[in-house]
Every structure is written in structure tokens, then in C-alpha cells.
Design a protein around this ligand. Structure first.
Ligand code: GCO
Length: 449
């Protein structure tokens, strides 16, 4: 296959997540979830009750996605819209909302890519222990089964769980996402429940003979050091294992990386793994691996004697490095390094770049237009890397810009914009940004249309 042909196999799309776009939190029978609760408890000055009101602008938004030429749209379903109590009674109105999305996308010829779980957990489930309570796995499967049955044949691209690492680290170690804990034992146990739940969802997908592909979406990061010393190398290896390989390894083999597993079990007595769970994970590897790529990490040695993994390394700012206002390094080469490492360690595997994009505070000009040239240059540089990856023979089948439309950043509110489509947060008016126009042209060229 030539480089061009390999590149053509890619579906060029864009992504979002239910809670970050939909709003309409109390509408049409939707139940409360973990994030509603989080914003009620933490007075951040924003919450998800409006987001960008996609719930009430869905036709317009999908039309705009068509207008900018997306070949695929990745979105997530809100569990508490479908099952307001988390389990049990189905809310038909919730399913109808996603019917509109799926059917309209199919009419436009835009491939729907459905993420089952993107962080918003029904509150009744959180109240009984959330992802720490092993019962969550059965509850998650009940929810998956409803979606599989309902969207059979209409949705062919599925993601089980989005970025478990973010939820584990921010939710259970740093305390910045719900349920705001700082507890390594819980964190590591929760990471196992996520991995197991994903594997069991994949198993169910296959048992139900669903048409299409399913996999987990991770946010692995390559990790570098500036000064090559033994201590720094050790810190780098710990950081990579903790941030990235702890999730990649089970997704691709069903096992945990050995050293990290040993350390966690000795230090945190977690994860507790029941007999048979590893076999289920081994037997249910996804059809592809979803990779959300935003940045690399650069670290130096920390305190190796600490019992907290995050103390063993510390983050370093690269002199002369290119950073966003939120301190995220712009480093396109990182995606090549990361995927090469995954290929070297685990062999050939199908990859979907399920998110890639840049958050910054782009401003509307006087005509209400977003001239986001920085985003265009970010996307140019990263899609160029995707070309390089394909040329190296790696199997990339999708690339999704984060995000399709401006949305609510979980902990940066409305300050940080990501969209190809801009939203005036006062009026909720939409407009295609310069980057949206650029992407349309890029996709057209890629496909020789
Ligand atoms: C933010 C985050 C998100 C994530 C996404 C992960 O600012 O809220 O960057 O937008 O990228 O939810 O899947």
C-alpha cells in the first residue's frame, strides 16, 4: 500500500462528549449524574446545565458537521438519559434523542462512532460506590446491552470507555474530578474495574453478534527526560508505566505490566483481581485501540521512597518548548513516538486517533467569526504526523479532531475552546471557524473529491 492509499483508509472526523455539549440536564426524564453533583458541590461558576445546548440544537449542529465535511462523528451517550436511576427503567425519550443523532448522521453519510461511557455516571450508582463497587460491572453491562440492542446495524463503530486514566488519576488520586478522592488503593482498584468492564462489554458485543468494531479509548502519553541520568530514566519508566502502559497493556494483552502490578499490590493491596478476570480480559481484546493524543510528558526524578507513585517523578517544563495557556505542550512528534513504542512492545494493532486538538481561548472578531489560525497550524502539524505514521506501515483507520464544536471544558469551563465550530456562549449561535473551513478542504483533498 502506498502512503497515499494508507492515508485514504482513514475516516476523518471530529468528536465530543455528551456532558460537555448537551446541556438539558433536567429535560425529558434525564436523571442526575456524577458531574451534576460535582458542580453543585464545587462552586466553579459554571456547570453542565446548558453546556452548548446541543440537545436543543442537534439538527443544526449535525448539519454543520455535514457542511464541514466530517466523515465520522464521535459522540457519547449519557447513561443517565437512558437509565435515570442507573439501572432498571429505560427512559424512551433518552433513546429517541440518540436516534435522531444516529439516523441523521447516517442520512448524511457520516459514520456514527458511539462512546458508551464518557465520565458521566448516574448519581444513584455513584452513591452506592460508583466504579469502586464491583457491582458497577453488571450495571455497565446492562446499559451496554440496551445500546447494543437499540442501535444494532445503525452504529458500527463503538468505544466502551473513554480515558479511564484521566478518571482514575483526577477522580481518585488528585481529587479534581468526581468523586474527588485522594486514595491510591481506590484508584488502582477502580482502574481494574474499568478494564474489566470494557473487556466484558467487548465480550457481550461479540456474543450478541454485533456488526462493526469495538474498543477502548485511552489517553496514553509518551514520556521523555531532559537530562539522561539513571535516576531520571527510572522516573521516566515509572511515569510511562503509571500513566500509559497501565492501560495499554491490559487493553492489548489482558494483563497488567508486571513491575507496576507488583508494586501496587504490595503497596496498595490493589488491584484485587478475582479468579477468571484476567482470562476474560485476555480473551476480549478490542478490535482497535483508541488513542486520544494531546501532549507528551517530560519528567525528572522525584522521591522514589514515597509510597505515592506521583511523588516518584515530577514534571519539567521544556526550555523553549511550545505550551498552551493551560500548560499543555504542543508536540506533534509525540504521537509518532508513542505509536512506535506501542507497535514495538505489542506488535501491529489497529489504531484510531480518537481525539486530537488544542484548547485555547480563541476570541470572536467583530463579525462574530473565529479566526483560529493557531488551531489550523496545530491540526496541520498533527495530520502531517499521521501521514508519517501511515508511511511507516502502521494501521490507522480514524482521526478525530477534538472537538467538533466548542464545548464545556470539565474543569476550565467556558474559557477553553476546542471546536471546529464556534459557539457564542451568550446567544448560543453557531458559526464555522476558520479551522472548520480548513478541515473541510483537507478532507476533500484527502479523498480526491
Ligand atoms: C477539557 C478536556 C476535555 C477532554 C476530553 C477527554 O478541557 O475538558 O480537555 O475536553 O479532552 O473530555 O476525552
Amino acid at each position: 500500500m502506498t502512503k497515499k492509499e494508507a492515508h485514504k483508509k482513514i475516516l476523518w472526523g471530529a468528536a465530543s462528549a455528551a456532558y460537555q455539549v448537551e446541556g438539558a440536564t433536567g429535560c425529558d426524564g434525564k436523571g442526575k449524574n456524577s458531574w451534576d453533583d460535582y458542580y453543585e458541590k464545587n462552586n466553579l461558576g459554571y456547570d453542565g446545565s446548558f453546556a452548548v445546548d446541543h440537545y436543543h440544537h442537534v439538527e443544526e449542529d449535525l448539519r454543520l458537521f455535514h457542511e464541514i465535511g466530517l466523515q465520522s462523528y464521535r459522540f457519547s451517550v449519557s447513561w443517565s438519559r437512558i437509565l435515570p436511576e442507573g439501572t432498571g427503567k429505560i427512559n424512551k425519550k433518552g433513546l429517541e434523542f440518540y436516534d435522531r443523532i444516529v439516523d441523521t448522521l447516517n442520512q448524511y453519510g457520516i459514520e456514527p462512532y458511539l462512546t458508551i461511557y464518557h465520565w458521566d455516571l448516574p448519581l444513584p450508582l455513584l452513591e452506592k460506590g460508583g466504579w469502586l463497587n464491583p457491582e458497577i460491572i453488571q450495571e455497565f453491562l446492562e446499559y451496554c446491552k440496551i445500546l447494543f440492542e437499540h442501535f444494532r446495524g445503525r452504529v458500527k463503530l463503538w468505544a466502551t470507555i473513554n480515558e479511564p486514566a484521566s478518571e482514575v488519576i483526577e477522580g481518585y488520586i488528585q481529587g479534581t474530578h468526581p468523586p474527588q478522592e485522594k486514595n491510591y488503593t481506590h484508584a488502582i482498584q477502580v482502574s481494574h474495574h474499568y478494564n474489566l468492564a470494557s473487556a466484558k462489554a467487548i465480550q457481550l458485543f461479540r456474543e450478541m453478534k454485533m456488526e462493526g468494531k469495538i474498543g477502548i479509548v485511552l489517553n496514553p502519553m509518551p514520556v521523555d527526560i531532559l537530562e539522561d541520568t539513571e535516576e531520571n530514566r527510572k522516573a521516566r519508566d515509572i511515569a510511562y508505566s503509571f500513566l500509559s502502559d497501565w492501560y495499554i497493556c491490559p487493553a492489548l494483552t489482558g494483563h497488567y505490566p508486571e513491575e507496576m502490578l507488583k508494586f501496587c499490590q504490595e503497596t496498595y493491596h490493589a488491584p484485587m483481581i478475582q479468579e477468571d478476570e484476567i482470562r476474560v480480559m485476555e480473551e476480549n481484546i478490542g478490535d482497535y485501540l483508541g488513542v486520544n493524543y494531546y501532549m507528551r510528558r517530560v519528567v525528572k526524578a522525584g522521591n522514589f521512597a514515597s509510597d505515592k507513585i506521583e511523588d516518584m517523578f515530577s514534571y519539567v517544563k521544556v526550555p523553549g518548548g511550545n505550551y498552551t495557556k493551560w500548560g499543555w505542550e504542543i508536540y506533534p512528534e509525540g504521537v509518532v513516538k508513542l505509536l512506535e513504542r506501542i507497535y514495538n512492545e505489542y506488535g501491529k494493532t489497529e489504531i484510531i486517533i480518537s481525539e486530537n486538538g488544542i484548547g485555547f481561548d480563541d476570541q470572536m472578531n467583530e463579525e462574530g467569526k473565529f479566526e483560529d489560525y493557531e488551531r489550523i497550524s496545530y491540526l496541520k502539524d498533527h495530520t502531517e504526523m499521521i501521514e508519517q505514521i501511515c508511511a511507516k506501515g502502521m494501521d490507522i483507520t480514524g482521526y478525530y479532531v477534538w472537538s467538533a464544536i466548542d464545548l464545556l471544558s470539565w474543569t476550565n469551563g467556558y474559557q477553553k475552546r476546542y471546536g471546529l465550530i464556534g459557539v457564542d456562549f451568550e446567544t448560543m449561535e453557531r458559526s464555522v471557524k476558520k479551522s472548520g473551513e480548513w478541515y473541510r478542504e483537507f478532507i476533500r483533498q484527502e479523498n480526491g473529491k
